[in-house]
Design a binder for this molecule. Sequence first.
Ligand code: AMP
Ligand code: GLY
Length: 427
Amino acid sequence: MRVLLIGNGGREHALAHAIAKSPRLTQLFISPGNPGTATLGKNVLVSVGEPAAIVEFCRKEAIDLVVVGPEAPLVDGLADVLTEAGIRVFGPSKAAAQLEGSKDFTKSICDAAKVPTAAYATFTDEAAAVAYVKTKGAPIVVKYDGLMAGKGVTVAMTVAEAEGALRSLYANEKGAKIVIEEMLTGEEASFFCFVDGETVLPLGSAQDHKRVFDNDEGPNTGGMGAYSPAPVMTNEVEARTLAEIVCPTAREMVRRGTPYRGILFVGLMIGDQGPKLIEYNCRFGDPECQVLMLRLETDLLDLLDGVARGELAKLSVVLKPVSAVGVVMATKGYPGDYDKGSVIRNLDEAGTLPGATIFHAGTRSDGSRILANGGRVLTVCATGKDLFEARERAYAAVAAIRWPEGFNRTDIAARGIARLKKESTHG
Ligand code: AMP
Ligand code: GLY
């Protein structure tokens, strides 16, 4: 198979790493890719903003399957354009990608399919939104309806904070659609399922660390690390998530004539009453994808192609009996301002340590050197027989990398490990 993978992050390096192992692969192109994907296939530059250019590239290179990493091109309808051109694509249609593209849309699906989620109301009028916040009181959550690169959500602990969030959203866009919802409590987990119409095939769970500093302090980021599996996602929680959240959603999408086909990223809050939906994403998570791909035994290309063909029901997922931990190394200053161009040394040696795999995100190659070229620069991962071993190995690899301009959290997987320790002392 000749495959075109779209994206340039750590997620896409991990997808390329898994796709490259498939005996069915003859040629992998990545657009635009990064120095990590360049070791697994050929990086090319086809503008994702120009679907016609992608179609032309696919025809010229006889591409059998396009795999779309990020959400924005899916929400813009790239999968529809490719499908109409007769090119097979992994990733949902524009209509189905609304599960990530519009929070109000997802809430309407939850209403129709009786999916447990936070109680909410949707507004386009600022005064009405402010009045609602005042009646409800804090804590309360304010969300921009559409895509905002992870910056559209404020979990407000005071009414003043919620009002501030509304003011800045409405200053930015008059008449903006805003969802205001109750704050859920519990522990968060990310759960990933391949979905093809009504067929749902779970891939696995992970937990992300969104805040920039240890102990979940500091501003939100795109994700500073992840581990998989997430012990909070017990068999019982997983069964309830499938029965109460994912399957009803998949059925409702089919009923509306817009079946979901792709990977569904289910953001959950697991509290006293069981799992509730926080949000859906129409893609793999970053850095969750990196740790999931290291656990996957099944040929990823079989899964991606099976979903794209509408033949998921014939497939299954097998995971290796290992845990995986991924530590993001970022440039000092991130998520604020940071410099580019510092040299990262000893990557090759670090990558050969037991269980270690290093995925690139914001890097650039300069001859034989690798330079930092972004905020989140690397995801340093390792597998081990359990979370303890995986964490030890991941941090051993981090310690071997010589990059004084970088930093990382030191507590990735701590919550999962604490849960395992508690379970073992309670028998
Ligand atoms: P989202 O962009 O929807 O992923 O939201 C970003 C983060 O905000 C989530 O990962 C949660 O940590 C938090 N969040 C969103 N909605 C809620 C909610 N209703 N209750 C508590 N936390 C929330
Ligand atoms: N790690 C969270 C995300 O990919 O949205």
